[in-house]
Design a protein around this ligand. Structure first.
Ligand code: FUC
Length: 352
């Protein structure tokens, strides 16, 4: 059981009787990652603390029914277009589209039956970097209102370098917007340990996206300097975060690059755990579980407000309505690519 590798079993059947598979991956340093084919979801991630004690550092549930009915996207793959699209509307090549609505009058995280809420095809891979699982899904033309048949692949690898690496690709047969992300809620002190606002965050971004009272992007990018959004230097989320009800902020990377570049670092002093986020994507959404309210339970925990944080890499929210934001339109013949790496720094000091 302690050898590096991969095991597969049946997690459960959905309410519709579809089989959901589970994969358990182990790397050479004892990290353990569990994934399920419902939503191509991260359900467990066990990481050693400074004394070598393993804790599960991601929020999750104990059974599939909770993932199907009440999940705030715990660990899920999100798309076709993550984050909010105002009133679910966009125009592409002169043609208007109306998406399904699931956040008041708005479209959130790909809609009510988006990629987080379906069973994906899956197969184990033994990559040179470590054990991996490939998930694929064909989202049909018109799915949630989006044009084109979209073929999506997500590969999770638990690398020898203690990384949870996520590689996304997608192709389409009609022009369509694509912005995939992963919605894992981390708590570096352990899933059941409570509030994450004491964690220290550094985010390599000088600008963030302004939003209105419904959390819809206005299209304006503002400097972080002098605001509670400034994480250019390592800062606990606590002091400033409580005043604004926690963070739910999209940042634009200072140095976007074609290959994964470090965009954020998080440390937790009690356990000594530290994690870096590297991505090819131009943006990251920092969310501190502001909508958790104690009504969800799992892994022996009650998930209160700020029980976990998400660092979701991708493009800026509502890019389809703001031509000044980097484009998320994928066209036939092109391949969408996005890599996100969550790297755990074992027995290493964070870079400050
Ligand atoms: C994050 C936030 C959203 C939403 C969702 C569940 O992506 O940006 O506001 O609450 O999670």
């Amino acid at each position: 059981m302690n050898n590096p590798g991969i095991e597969k079993d049946v997690f459960a059947l959905t309410a519709d009787g579809e089989q959901v598979d589970r994969y358990t991956l182990r790397n050479v340093n004892g990290l353990v990652l569990s994934l399920i084919s419902y939503g191509a979801t991260v359900t467990e991630l066990h990481v050693p603390d400074r004394r070598g004690k393993l804790d599960d550092v991601v929020l999750g549930f104990d059974n599939l029914q909770q993932y199907e009915t009440e999940s705030p996207y715990f660990g899920a793959t999100v798309g076709r277009v993550a984050f909010r699209i105002s009133h679910g509307k966009f125009t592409l090549d002169g043609k208007p589209y109306n998406l399904t609505l699931n956040n008041g009058p708005h479209h959130l995280h790909g809609g009510p039956k988006g990629l987080s809420w379906v069973v994906w095809q899956s197969e184990p891979l033994q990559a040179e970097e470590g054990p991996a699982v490939k998930f694929t899904y064909l989202s049909p033309d018109g799915d949630q209102g989006y044009p084109g048949n979209l073929s999506v692949t997500v590969v999770y690898t638990l690398t020898k370098r203690d990384e949870l690496k996520i590689d996304y690709t997608a192709t389409t047969d009609q022009p369509t917007p694509v912005n995939l992300t992963n919605h894992t809620y981390f708590n570096l002190a352990g899933a059941a340990s409570g509030n994450v606002l004491g964690h220290v965050f550094q985010i390599d971004a000088d600008r963030y996206s302004l939003t209105d009272e419904a959390m819809i992007a206005t299209g304006q990018l503002a400097p972080v300097g002098g605001t509670p959004m400034d994480f250019t230097k390592p800062t606990a989320a606590d002091a400033r975060g409580r005043q604004i009800g926690g963070y739910d902020v999209a940042y634009l990377h200072n140095r976007p690059s074609g290959s994964p570049a470090r965009m954020a670092t998080v440390t937790e002093s009690a356990t000594g755990r530290a994690m870096e986020v590297h991505t090819t994507a131009p943006a990251i959404v920092f969310y501190t579980g502001n909508y958790l309210d104690g009504s969800l339970t799992g892994k022996g925990a009650i998930y209160h407000k700020h029980a976990g944080f998400c660092l979701e890499t991708g493009h800026l929210p509502d890019s389809v309505q703001h031509p000044n934001f980097p484009s998320i339109i994928l066209r036939p013949g092109q391949t969408y690519r996005h890599t996100c790496v969550y790297r755990f720094l074992l027995n290493q000091r964070p870079p400050w």
